[in-house]
Design a binder for this molecule. Sequence first.
Ligand code: GLU
Length: 552
Amino acid sequence: MRDAPLRLRFAPSPTGYLHVGGARTALFNWLLAKKSGGTLVLRIEDTDRSRHVADSVEKIVQDMRWLGLEWDEGPEVGGDHGPYFQSERLEFYRKYTDQLIEQGKAYYALETPQELQAARLAARKEKRSYAYKRPDPLPTCEEADAARQEGKPVTVRFATPGKDLVIQDEILGEVRLASQEIEDFVIQKGDGWPTYHLACVVDDELMKINYVIRGQEHLINTPKHVALQEALGFSTPRYAHLPLIFNMAGAKMSKREKLTTIRERLGQATKGYKAGTPEAEGFYSKLYEVVGGAAVVDALGEGKADEAILEKFATFFGLELPEVNVHDFRLGGYLPEALLNFMSLLGWSAGDDREQLTLAETVELFDVDRIGKANARFDRKKLIAFNTDWCQKVTPERLVEGFGDYLEQTGSPMASAGAAVKIHLLSVCAGFRTFRELESKCGPLFVENDRIVFNPKAVKKLLVRGDRAGYKMLAKVLPELDACPTWSPKELEALFERLCADYDTKLGNVAQPIRVAVTGTNVSPPIFDTLAILGKEKTIARIQQCSSLQEE
Ligand code: GLU
């Protein structure tokens, strides 16, 4: 059995974008599948209709593809063990639930959610832990039917075997859950749909999964799954639970990272405000205007805010939200190579302090034995350093492809620039940390002239200061540029050299005012490249525009 080819699965729930924790799980499963010559199944666990978010599957599929983590069976590729959406597999779950009921290993439960909630509250009041108490006698099939007739929800619970549940984890070793910690859990909900536990166990069996890699947050579920497998006569896969991922503040990384950031910022902003005071009212009315009303702020307080709303708060506060989803990193200007390399080290190490690894090298070196037990730390600075290195390491073709993807995803005006221009800028700006950084440096070259945003500090320092020396320089250089017959970085360099000699001044004194005039800022690609890419006409027009907008 141990030698059977491995069948692994990545089983996301479609509750939104693929976050880094999920992506790390996908990656480790993919690595083991590749390393062992096994099969990776992508299964969509969509039985919790209340948490279902539209378009999530498309997003997950897109992000997996962007990372290059292809699957062998699953949505869009098919396979012999489908369907791969749990919502299309209800007949299987019903069949096994019925089997468990028939064998007396599961039973109907008739309590309403309100009754269960009341029992929980009573336990809390009496300071004792709550566990569902198995009814005696168990409700019969007729009683369940009658309850349904009355419109009451009828669930099915698994009769736990009443013994300690033990699993052998490939990373953590023996994990034991004492019998009193396991209550009779629900396997079929009131709406007739299976719970995650049942669906997962049935599918792992029917899809012949023999190795499960998932996050440690699921460790609590595993003994339940093993108990269900035993009750159903299924085989038990090998389990490897990956260490949790913590942020640098020492809290578990979660999808809620963005929400927490905004809540903290809102808390700081409103600290000391008293309700009803003009100060508070003024602040809130501005906030409501941007985010869309008081109800939105209340929803945020309750932890209910989708990505679009979070972005509105971020705009209001001028905040950059921490990237948590794979898609955020794509929009943040990271290369998938860098993100993969970084994620592979969240819990795993290659040994020998080797960290910079291609995906092929990671496959080669990957071994579950080298996955640690300790929490992994999501060090964003390290990820940026990785990205900086990767951007210098990949081939120019790959770099321009990655940059092109970034520009398209973000809708940058630079997306329409020709490949040669992009390649040139990537090379003259080498050393950039992210595509986002590069784009903000080069972006002004690709907007309409009247869309340039002048940075007040740069204008003051490089144009106004010193008796308007910068503006005067623009006036002097303009006819020289206008008279320049050829327009290439080389010719421009020669021209600027001559001007420096004529004016007996340093290059910076000539170039910086021009840089501000044509880009609005003091940061741009090298000046000769900047002007060459802009072309003569635009350069002249922009200098004239800047001069005519002279600030006092
Ligand atoms: N659907 C579960 C999740 O998204 C994964 C369950 C599993 O790997 O067993 O967290």
